[in-house]
Design a protein around this ligand. Structure first.
Ligand SMILES: Cc1cc2nc3c(=O)[nH]c(=O)nc-3n(C[C@H](O)[C@H](O)[C@H](O)COP(=O)(O)O)c2cc1C
Length: 378
């Protein structure tokens, strides 16, 4: 089969069928810019809550920051109340010039599923349909496409993705992204690409496949095996923004596997830190940068003390001094290629749900309490 060379989501056209997965605490304006500097793609903002936006909560508004060069503003919204989601969608379109809105129905965090949100919500088909319809109706006057991102289901006995796909299509969503794991699996095990194939066959809208793309070749393989219209890449690009260069090349028919030496990685680290500082100020920017250090250095020989110092960095000057001590000629640790990075963990024994949640599948009368400041995402 021939590979897709672009991705169309309603009025939005992306020059390569690649989406940066929304990742709370990671995919802020600085990181999106850093990745976009590598190659084309749709770079989604970290999740914000509908209620937080509608109530103009400060933490929420502080996350709604875009880089000057970000021409296609894409935001993931979390919500459990159709009215709040509709209002938040309207605000994003009217006040923030957002061009694409994704809705989060995949978060596995107990604090979220306990209230029926995230990955628990699609079990309530009536409620899911209402939320999708409110979002699509609010976005329509602005010609902004709405997509949803979800998991296979709550667990293997309570799968929701095929119904969710149908509901997304009926509501007028521009696409559905599927992470091939259940909520119960969290990030453990291997993503089920067969479920992605099943969804592609079940719906007429574009399906975006997500889960376990570690290299550009995995993305190509996912498209070939499942027939998805595009891929969503999360953990594979942690500490490796150049993966977007390889992905763009792969979808234009070239095989590129960027293998930066440690000097080039250090330059990327510096650029990342600099962008974070530009967007957040030096103190916060450096703090935010710390969590990326171990991902950038994964597999390199840099010693424990160097890693510890980098993970405590508090200014760009001290970062420069530390990076200067790395051996720039050290080659990329090729043994890391194709291996998982970021969160993995173990499956959850039981998914925490609201009392009686599984007893009916409608839920259109449910009034779920949504917090304004939920930031856990995933
Ligand atoms: C640190 C982190 C934060 C995440 N935050 C979100 C989020 O806010 N919204 C969401 O839909 N998924 C979130 N996810 C899940 C990813 O978008 C993606 O679905 C998942 O990591 C599987 O894709 P991957 O195998 O390419 O990483 C998060 C994942 C990680 C690792």
């Amino acid at each position: 089969m021939s590979l897709p060379t672009s991705l169309t989501l309603g009025s939005v056209r992306v020059d390569t069928p690649v989406v940066l997965a929304p990742m709370a605490g990671i995919t802020n304006a600085a990181y999106r810019r850093l990745c976009a500097e590598q190659g084309a793609g749709l770079y989604v903002c970290e999740m914000i809550t509908s209620r937080g936006l509608v109530e103009r909560d400060e933490t929420t508004l502080n996350m709604l920051v875009f880089d000057d060069l970000e021409t296609v503003r894409s935001v993931q919204l979390y919500g459990t109340d159709p009215v709040y989601v509709g209002k938040a969608t309207e605000i994003l379109c009217a006040e923030y010039g957002v061009a694409h809105i994704d809705l989060n129905f995949g978060c596995p965090v107990p604090k979220v599923t306990r209230k029926g949100g995230g990955g628990a919500l699609p079990w309530k088909r009536g409620l899911l349909g209402d939320i999708l319809e409110h979002a699509v109706a609010a976005a329509a006057p602005y010609d902004v496409p709405v997509t949803m991102k979800t998991r296979k289901g709550i667990d293997e006995d309570h799968l929701t993705y095929l119904d969710a796909g149908r509901l997304a299509q009926e509501a007028g969503c521009a696409a559905i992204a599927l992470h091939g794991r259940t909520v119960a699996q969290a990030y453990s095990g291997v993503a089920d690409w067969d479920a992605i194939t099943a969804l592609v066959q079940h719906v007429d809208i574009p399906v975006l496949g997500n889960g376990d793309i570690w290299e550009a070749s995995d993305a190509v393989r996912m498209v070939e095996e499942t027939g998805v219209a595009g891929v969503v890449v999360g953990r594979g690009c942690l500490g490796r923004p150049w993966l977007f260069r390889d992905l763009a090349a792969a979808f234009s028919g070239e095989t590129v596997a960027t293998l930066p030496n440690l000097g080039e990685v250090a330059t990327m680290m510096r650029r990342h830190a600099e962008l974070l500082c530009q967007h957040m100020g030096e103190e916060r920017g450096c703090k935010e940068f710390r969590k990326h250090v171990s991902w950038y250095l994964k597999g390199f020989a840099a010693g424990g003390e160097m890693r510890r110092s980098l993970a405590l960095v508090s200014s760009l000057t001290s970062l420069d001094a530390l990076l200067a001590d790395l051996d720039p000629a050290e080659p990329f640790p090729v043994q890391e290629l194709g291996s998982p990075r970021g969160r993995q963990g173990s499956p959850r024994g039981r998914v925490v749900l609201p009392e009686g949640w599984l007893e009916d599948t409608d839920g259109s009368e449910c009034h779920l309490m949504e917090e304004a400041t939920e930031v856990t995402g995933g």
